[in-house]
Every structure is written in C-alpha cells, then in structure tokens.
Design a protein around this ligand. Sequence first.
Ligand code: ARG
Length: 459
Amino acid sequence: MAQLWGGRFTKETDKLVYNFNASISFDQRFYAQDIKGSIAHVMMLCKQGILTEEEKKEIIAGLEGILSDVESGKLEITDEYEDIHSFVEANLIERIGDTGKKLHTGRSRNDQVALDMKLYIRSEVRSLEGLVVDLLRELLTIMKGHVDTIMPGFTHLQKAQPITLAHHMGAYFEMFKRDHQRLKDIYKRMNTCPLGSGALAGTTYPLDRAYTAELLGFDGPTLNSMDSVSDRDYLIELLSAMSTIMMHLSRFSEEVIIWNSNEYRFVEIDDSYSTGSSIMPQKKNPDIAELVRGKTGRVYGALMSLLTTMKGIPLAYNKDMQEDKELVFDALDTTKGCLALFTGMMATMKFQTANMRASSEHGFTNATDAADYLVNHGVPFRDAHGIVGRLVLYCIEKGIALDDMSMEEYKAISPVFEEDIYDAISMETCVEKRNTLGAPGPEAMKQVIDIYAKYLEEC
Ligand code: ARG
C-alpha cells in the first residue's frame, strides 16, 4: 500500500478499510488529466518563484515519462495505490527522487481531483456533442429523402392525421437539437478552474490561479475555494442532460420496435442490427432498440444517486463526493454507446414506405379534412364534426374508408358534399395543405430542412 499520508498514524490501515476507501480502480481513467494538471501547476509554481527552473524541468520530464510509459503499457496502474494522484506522485518520486516531493506544494487532492474530473468531463461533453450531431445528421438525411413519404400520425397510439416520415423524424431532430444545446450550455458553465483552491481555504503560497486556468484552457479561475472543492453541480447537470438524451432515445426506440413489429411493418431493422432466437427460427428481434430503452433506467438511476449523495453534505469536501465518479463514468459509457448504436441502426434501417402509405389510408386519418371541407362550404365546425362522425360510423359498419363512399352515400348524409370531396380528402391533399411553419406540408418542411442544414453546418 503506497500512501500519501501516515505521519500521524501509529497503525496500518485495515485491508478492508483500504479497499473500501480506494478509488484507483475507477479514477485511473483520468491519469492523463491528472498529469496535465500537475504540469500546469508546476509551470505556475516556477513562474511564481516557488520552484526553480531546474526543478520544474525535472518534474515535468518525470511526469511526461510517466504519461508515455502508461500509454505504451510499460507502466501499469495497479491497486497498490489508493488513487490516481498517489500513483502519479509515488512514481514521480521513484523516478526523480526528492525533487518529486515538491510537486504537491500549494495543492490538495481536493482541488486536484476537482480539476481532474473537470478536465476529463470537458472532453467527454465534447464527444457526447459529436455523437448527438452524428445522429442529427442521420435524421436530416432521412428527412431530405422522405418529404413526400406519407404515413399516419398518431395520438393515443390511434391513427390521427396523415403526416410524412420527414415530419416524424423532424420531431426527433428538435429533441436532439435541444440535447445538443444543453451540452453546450453545460460546457460553458463548468469551464472554470478549481486548481489553487487547496483543501478548502486556498493556500498561503502566492499562486497565480489565472495563469493555470489559462494554461488548461479554462475561461478563468473559480471564485470561492470552498465551493470549488465541493461543487458537483455540473455533474448533476450532465447526468440530467444524459437522462434527457436517453429518454429521447428510449421514446424513439419504442417507436422503432412498434414500427418493426409484424403488425406494423413500417420499417425493417437491418440484419446487422437484429438478433435471433435460440428456439424460434423465424425470429428477428429488435434487441438493440430494446436495450437502449432498457439502459435508460440506469442513467436516470445515476442522476438520482448523485442528487441523493450530495443532498446532505456540509461544506466543504467530504469523501461522499468520490461516489460521483463511478456513476458519471457508467452513465457516460452507457449514453455514448447508445447514441452510437442508435445512429447506426437508423442509418441501416429500411423504411417500408408502401406500408406506411397504406396504413395512413385506413383509420380515417382524413376525417378532420372532411370536416374542414364542410366548414369551407359554410357549415359551422361543430356541425361539420357531427356530420363527419356519422360518415365514419357509416363507413365502419360497411367496412370501407371515407374515400370509398359513393356521391349518393355522401349526399344522403349531407347535401353539401360535391365531387371535389374526393380530392379534398386524398392523403396528398391532407398533407400538402398543411403548410404552416412546423407542419408536414412539403413547403413548410423544406423551409425547416434548410434551417436544420444551416444548424449542422455550424456544429
Ligand atoms: N479519491 C478522492 C475523490 O475522488 C480524491 C480526493 C481525496 N481527498 C481527500 N481528502 N481524501 O474524491
């Protein structure tokens, strides 16, 4: 057990306690960030005259050596160390001797871990943004190809009005666009540097915090040392943003599962994204969509866990906060994996457009348009609603669609109907007439597609 402390202790730590307390098994993820932060700290200590130029060079060379040895696999991170900070410092001292003992001057593991985590999360937020943009690009490609693909739109999972596949995909584009913006917001808000906050109360050394903040690409240093070492808000924001991404992916997965079902057959998930059954030879299952839906619970769980962990912690640092890491890492791995797989599934999925079209024709998705026809011929909407309700009832009894009714049958229910009713309630008319901004009509859709294309150009 290589520890950074021990002077005031007369006994060895119990082995179980050591293991319970240790974080090396998971915080080794940010070894590169730990080293990067240390290099910036050492450069600042030298600039401030706290370390000599010689000492700075020696320490930085040692740290860079550790980094490249870990990266090449020459140096293994083992659980002989309590955490990644101890691992780096102990290795440094082993390599360069006593000068290495000066690295931790004016620093605590509390501000060190706060920095490491921020550096790590900052790049993870960027990579999440990239994965969301990949999905947005895929959605836009589908939209461009299906402005005229008519399908039923649903409310209460009952056929409601005809829409287009482009319009349906556009709804998800909006959701993931908001997710993308949320991630960018989080990045902006979290981008302040906690290094130099010490254990909780800063330090007596004349540190230049603005300098380290700049070296590490932050907008500036944090302004309260107690908050700096105990702020986990940005992780909660990130878990919340990831929960929302997963909620969107889960809703989308649910639709893909329904669309891929034997009853709907709106889509066919590619063989490469499907799985089979060990007993039923005919099966091709949408396991990937189901797993994405299922894993949503795990990311919500991480959000609730961290909120609960943080709720009773007095200022400033407390060890409870170490719990942030496994939760956030797992949620990140899960969300990133789900985003990538979902995009791949969408890119390879086949849209059964003929089935979509046929389905929109059955289920009276044009009933609203029939009522609008009457309104355009002077019938008050409430009366028109009642007349079309009677038409629907008549059709259900006969097992036909509104389009299948003869002119005589129409006239028998209302004399207002003329020959042009057939054109007024065709699926094409129903969609084409809906051209208010945000609606499925092709004119409106093209306008929105242009806006989305511009958005993606700026990503
Ligand atoms: N492993 C710790 C964490 O993740 C690092 C900070 C330890 N600080 C301390 N005072 N014990 O929070």
